[in-house]
Design a protein around this ligand. Sequence first.
Ligand SMILES: Cc1ncc(COP(=O)(O)O)c(C=O)c1O
Length: 483
Amino acid sequence: MSDGSDFPAMRPEEFLEAAKQHTEWIATYFENVREFPVLPSTAPGELTKKLPVKAPERGEPISDIFAEFQSLIFPALTLWNHPRFFGYFAISSSPPAILAEMLAAAVNVNAMLWKSAPAATELEQVTLSWLRQWLQLPEEFFGIIYDTASVSTFQALAAAREWADPESRTKGMRPGLIVYLSEQTHSSAEKAALALGFGQENVRKIGVDAGFRMRPELLEAAVVSDLAAGKRPCCVVATVGTTSTASIDPVPAIAAIAQKHNLWLHVDAAYGGSAAVVPEMRHILEGVEQAHSLVMNPHKGLFVPVDLSVLYIRHPEVLRRSASLSAEYLTTEEDASAMNYMDYGIQLGRRFRALKLWYVFRYYGHEGVVTMLRESLRLAQLLKQWVDGDRDFELAAPVELSLVCFRHRAGDEFNRRLLAEINASGKALLSHTVLRGSYVLRFAIGNMQTREKDVRETWRAIQEIAARLVDESLDASKVKAAR
Ligand SMILES: Cc1ncc(COP(=O)(O)O)c(C=O)c1O
């Protein structure tokens, strides 16, 4: 019988040496991050071709693996943790949160039950209570961590279905339950409705105003019309910080309609929620005290790495009814007195995500977090002024948070080329959307290392590329005219 000495274990000294090299690499990466292109120059399948088809038969030295991470994997990554990553919603993985992730992986607990991970369960309760206080949410809001906002919203809609149709758990869902979104709601809400069986025909997309906010009078009209048609209005999703433009739906007016018609109100503050930690920005959450549920994503704005999304819910017992189903092998003596998070979602196994949130809260404190969030908001206002002051460009939406949507006046094809060129330059990365039929560039500020010079130099690069593209198209039309 083997005593284990011939097993392929990593010795503590080897682990320590490798850990040192890895953390040195991370520290150097943070220091020199601007030297790396934000977008890699790689084509689909290119990396796969460089990697063996089969996993190795025999183990390899960690130094070889790490060397290949540096030479093959890293150069084929889009660098989200880069101060000039301005695409989608810019995010940050902060050094304290990275250390917490290392520890979470080392202890590798599974936070499905209190018993299976007492401290992970209680730290989740404590950090979500701290966050609830920072956001000034009602004390009765129960918090739970999931991986993404898509899953948080899925669980919120599952609770809404349970609330409106308690028999759905045993008999399956009856047809005719209606979900109301806006034309600007993130696709994850419609996806949740699809997965839960509401049916796409029962999802209403309410029109928006000039500022891309849901129009409450259209919501009211849609609910009244559905009631007249014998349907059962179930749930409305309002958004604080929509994905395309960061617009903020009028939550108080939507809440009044929800209350009148007994609708579940879910607020998607996945992106906007973080900004509300800044005291002078708290007004963006006005009305959420009336909500039944609210999602916000610390992995978008609160300096923790992907993934960590938080759902706050007023009636946790409804969520529990929608999701709990135990088995003998999961029962514990503490069930009557302890929190078992597995009862509040479809997943059983759960990562120790609260640890990184705890590290961030403690390392930066409220003051540090607010300082960083405020800077992103300031930089967005600065960029807004620059865009406003350039007659070749126009703002495409109000700047509510730290996202600026704008376009060059030369049309869709021009803006497409402009985006492709700035991204291909590797200097910065922006993304796009379409607003009222027009192609628009999105410049999202949010990485904790972003400084004014990053925004200024990126804006300059955009202006320079635009000027060159204008010259080139003038030259092309001259050649055409001469023919
Ligand atoms: C407003 C909003 N809601 C939900 C989501 C989905 O987030 P996740 O990737 O965490 O599912 C996003 C993603 O950007 C978003 O902007």
